[in-house]
Design a protein around this ligand. Structure first.
Ligand SMILES: [Cu+2]
Length: 665
């Protein structure tokens, strides 16, 4: 892999005139997907890739679906989102859920023009997995990277497509990613031979984006449940938008049942197919994925390939991506179940959530009647499992092998990078991960926190501060650090914008220690702007605390893997365990680091990393990539008379965020 610095050199050299242009007159193509000219075989040439997106509210099983599923063809009508057969409101891009795919080659320049056509909600979009090197203003976290787009506003996200890998774009405001505002980003590249030789096909129809959803908008389920101190339960999944939740009957065909379609993955005997899996979840609901009678050859996760590992199943958490090769069976006929079984708030003690898709050979037609039985229990696949979750508490008896992230080896190519992360860190950040119970707060119960702080999402004052170095009259900056956070407490409960300042170029080590003895949850953390190396992972002994792990680390006694550690941007911190991550902080910007379970980040399980001085960050505004993005950053606040409507919307949002601050999830 090129080092990040090498990327930077390539990146700054690219201008619009270097890249190939294409005819933008084809409206369908500029939405995205395989019709887009940028979806092509990657051969080292770069393209400018423009997308035109409109974000609207949609209803599943709307009139556009006509007589679906009684007339199966109606389910494929333009504008029909089946949602498993249930009716709910959701958020769509260009009428699609999941939204359009961004399928590009590494090094392409991507421009996505987003028009917010929601009636009342502001939004932003985050490009999860994309580093946004020198384009931090396109990273899509509201009030940290950009002002959210009020209704009717437009914004053009502009960034270099790097690094290669299987990624996801999603809304980063409130619960919008859980309401349908998401889609795949796949950045292909000219793969080295030892990766490309592992599979015969890498087809877009073998990408699966799994969405944990509810029959109502997630915020209507989660906010009331939690504000009344109720329990969180899972409901179900769609796979590429497909599921079959509801059974329909037709009086004209008595005795016959109808459902909307499940996903079908078509494969050919004799070919090794690369699959790319992506997971979007509003709640803590890790998945176990397997294919009947098949082994899976796991080859890559997030941004980086690793030495292939053959397993019976793998597990994934919110925000993670895994690529595997499905080696076809010699005497395969017909269809096999791909089974997905969920744990956490979806497990057998709560809601027994499971789902399935067909894997069909050589043109075989899927037929539920001919398939093996299904149940929550049957969806458990013992044997060898990659990325086992909740290893401190889950009963893995009967499994023959648990392969943790720390057991994986990066490829030979990545091995040469080890010098970048194996030295002595310049900055070490210790993070206590805890679902800490509070009683003396408006909503008593466990609060998901880093270092005993509920992260307060900054408002426009932070953008104003980054832009000008000053705080506008009437605004207060609530940035705090480990020393000053105590100034933002009411009793035991503290809330502020917890920030770590990191000099550009530092080797950073993050040591995360989960001490939640009352809760059985791994928290899938996600770092914006970077890929990190997983250099340590383990479980705690009974009484160990963050301080004990800190002492071990300072005495160099914490076991580390400093060569061939795999690179990721999302990983589950083991419940009652620890994880050590390292990255070279060579990408200046304001980057959020957070738990990717939507209700946990909304509740404040986050940390802001400011890499580089303010002047260094704002200097990116001079680059070609950011000229449009930086304009108007803070003008709504300095020019209220000309932008009253925008300022009004933002005031409303601020009020919403203030209310959200009290939510308990
Ligand atoms: Cu979490």
């Amino acid at each position: 892999m090129l080092s990040s610095l090498a990327y930077l050199a390539v990146f700054t050299a690219v201008t619009i005139s270097d890249a190939q242009d294409w005819d933008q007159s084809n409206d369908t193509a500029i939405m995205g997907g395989t019709a887009h000219p940028c979806y092509r075989e990657c051969n080292g040439t770069r393209m400018n890739c423009f997308y035109d997106w409109r974000v609207t509210q949609k209803t599943t099983m709307s009139e556009e679906c006509r007589n679906c599923p009684l007339e199966p063809d109606d389910c494929h009508r333009k504008g029909c989102i089946t949602g498993g057969g249930l009716v709910r409101t959701a958020i769509a891009v260009n009428g699609l859920i999941p939204g359009p795919s961004v399928l590009v080659c590494e090094g392409d320049r991507v421009e996505v023009q987003v028009k917010n056509q929601l009636k009342t909600e502001a939004l932003t979009i985050h490009w999860h997995g994309v580093h946004q090197t020198i384009s931090p203003f396109s990273d899509g976290v509201p009030y940290i990277n950009q002002l959210p787009l009020p209704p009717s506003a437009e914004f053009t996200y502009t960034f270099m497509a790097e690094p290669r890998g299987t990624h996801i774009w999603h809304g980063h405001s409130g619960f919008q990613e859980a309401e349908g505002l998401f889609g795949p980003v796949v950045i292909r590249s000219v793969e080295p031979e030892y990766v490309s030789s592992l599979y015969d096909t890498d087809l877009p129809e073998h990408t699966a984006i799994i969405w944990h959803w509810y029959p109502q908008p997630s915020q209507e389920v989660l906010v009331p449940t939690l504000m009344t101190n109720g329990g969180v339960f899972g409901y179900g999944f769609t796979i590429n938008g497909k599921a079959a939740f509801k059974t329909f009957t037709n009086p004209e065909a008595p005795g016959k049942n109808f459902t909307t379609e499940r996903e079908v993955f078509k494969v050919e005997t004799g070919l090794r197919h690369r699959f790319r899996f992506i997971y979007n979840s509003a709640i803590y609901c890790p998945l176990q994925i397997s294919v009947d009678d098949h082994k899976l050859t796991m080859i890559s996760s997030d941004t980086s390939p690793f030495e292939p590992v053959e397993v019976d199943s793998f597990m994934m958490e919110a925000g993670e991506r895994y690529d595997f090769v499905l080696p076809t069976l010699e005497n395969a006929t017909g269809c096999y179940w791909m089974r997905i079984r969920a744990l956490g708030d979806c497990d057998v003690s709560k809601s027994s959530v499971h789902e399935r898709a067909f894997v069909c050979y050589d043109g075989a037609e899927p037929n539920e009647q001919l398939m093996p039985a299904v149940s929550y229990e049957l969806a458990e696949r013992k044997g060898k499992v990659l990325n086992p979750v909740q290893t401190a508490t889950y009963n893995y008896s009967g499994y023959e092998d648990l392969v943790d992230l720390i057991d994986l080896n990066s490829t030979k190519e990545d091995d040469e990078e080890y010098q970048l992360y194996s030295g002595k860190p310049n900055v070490t950040i210790y993070i206590q991960v805890h679902s800490r119970p509070y009683s003396d707060v408006p909503y008593p119960g466990p609060w998901h926190q880093f270092n005993n702080v509920t992260f307060k999402f900054p408002g426009p004052e932070f953008m104003n501060y980054l832009a000008t170095g000053t705080v506008a009259d009437g605004y207060e900056l609530s940035l705090c650090n480990e020393t000053t956070k105590w100034e933002y407490c009411r009793g035991e409960y503290c809330s502020c914008t917890l920030t770590e300042k990191i000099p550009t170029g530092s080797l950073v080590e993050m040591i995360l220690v989960d001490i939640s003895w009352q809760r059985e949850q791994d928290h899938p953390i996600h770092l914006h702007g970077y890929t990190f190396h997983v250099v340590g992972q383990g479980l705690l002994n009974d009484s160990q605390t963050l301080e004990d792990i800190r002492e071990l680390n300072e005495a160099d006694l914490l076991p580390k893997k400093l060569t061939r550690a795999i690179a990721k941007d999302s990983a589950g911190v083991p419940n009652r365990g620890w994880m050590a991550l390292r990255f070279l902080a060579d990408n200046s910007g304001a980057w959020i680091f957070h738990c990717h379970v939507t209700n946990h980040i909304e509740m404040g399980m986050a940390l802001l990393l400011q890499v580089g001085e303010r002047e260094e960050i704002i200097k990116h505004c001079d680059s070609d990539f950011n000229s449009k993005q930086c304009r108007g950053w803070y003008s709504p606040y300095t020019l209220p008379s000309s932008s009253q409507s925008i300022a009004g919307s933002l005031t409303l949002l601020l009020a919403t965020l203030t209310v959200a601050f009290y939510y308990q999830y």
